[in-house]
Write a protein that binds this ligand. Structure first.
Ligand SMILES: Nc1ncnc2c1ncn2[C@@H]1O[C@H](COP(=O)(O)OP(=O)(O)O)[C@@H](O)[C@H]1O
Ligand SMILES: [Mg+2]
Length: 269
């Protein structure tokens, strides 16, 4: 699938986001490379979710340029906007499943929207496939979100994000609220899917274990922009107050010491 996909897959330049007098982003630049898992970190309220919403077209930024899959996203035609949407799977911070629909029906929502001509049985089969791909048992397909554990709901959200076989996956705090074992399993799933399907993953997280376990590069949001975007080893060396506190506190040491994916309860609480 990577053949026709440009590199960088996402290119953000001079992004500005303001809410009234509050400036969230002021000249933010970011490149996301094809095939990488990029971890996006920053303090609470630093603008991680707003950045994601600006990239996927849910928010029109105050200024700047956003290019997704080679398309000028802020000046896109309807057809181009749909192309970006179809090629982007999104797992929102709160999961955002429709509570009155079963997991299978939730996964079918994007299929109905983007491929309305698909026969119903095929749509069901595809939904079942994605549910299994996301590591859920087959019988989860007929359950309501409220009948699932938090970890299973995240997987259901992931199944829906993968419904259209998108080359680009956006995950907003996917392991928040999961216990350490569930979070580690979700990390492994993301890495496995990224490798098997050749995905590019934009992963917002505050979970240090996730960063150490699966991220190829890390983008740090601070001072209203991306102050650095590099492999973890480089980020750790940055002389910046937020970076020092975040990457050199006791939780960071625990995450580093447990190595790829071997998270400890202490590091994840
Ligand atoms: N729709 C909105 N209206 C007003 N303020 C908003 C809106 N969305 C986000 N903000 C503000 O923008 C800042 C960044 O938000 P967000 O991107 O959600 O932070 P985080 O990095 O925690 O994901 C916060 O101060 C938030 O209150
Ligand atoms: Mg957020």
């Amino acid at each position: 699938m990577s053949g026709g996909i440009p590199d960088p897959v996402i290119r953000v330049r001079g992004l500005v986001n303001r809410f009234g007098s509050q400036v969230v982003h002021d000249g933010l630049d970011l490149d996301v490379r094809r095939g990488e898992i990029i971890g996006v970190v920053g303090g609470s309220g630093s603008g991680k979710s707003v950045l994601m919403r600006s990239i996927i077209g849910l928010r029109t930024p105050t200024g700047g340029q956003v290019e997704v899959l080679g398309v000028d996203a802020l000046n896109a035609s309807e057809a181009e906007r749909l192309r970006i949407e179809r090629n982007s799977g999104v797992l929102f911070q709160d999961g955002a499943l429709f509570s009155s629909l079963t997991v299978g029906e939730n996964v079918q929502v994007p299929l109905k929207e983007h491929q309305p001509g698909l026969p119903e049985t095929l749509r069901y089969e595809l939904a079942l496939l994605k549910v299994k791909l996301a590591g859920l048992p087959a019988d989860a397909v007929n359950k309501l979100p409220s009948q699932l554990s938090g970890g299973m709901r995240k997987r259901a959200g992931l199944a829906r994000a993968l419904a259209m076989d998108p080359p680009l996956l956006f995950l907003d705090e996917p392991t928040a609220g999961l216990d350490p074992i569930g979070a580690a399993a979700f990390d492994r799933l993301v890495r496995t899917l990224q490798q098997a399907l050749g995905l590019t993953v934009f992963l917002i997280t505050h979970d240090l274990d996730t960063l150490y376990a699966i991220c190829d590069r890390v983008a740090v949001l601070a001072d209203k922009r991306v102050i650095a975007c590099a492999p973890l080893a480089e980020i750790e060396q940055l002389d910046h107050p937020w970076v020092r506190e975040y990457f050199h506190g006791p939780r960071a040491r625990a995450a580093r010491d447990t190595d790829a994916g071997g998270r400890t309860a202490e590091a994840s609480c």
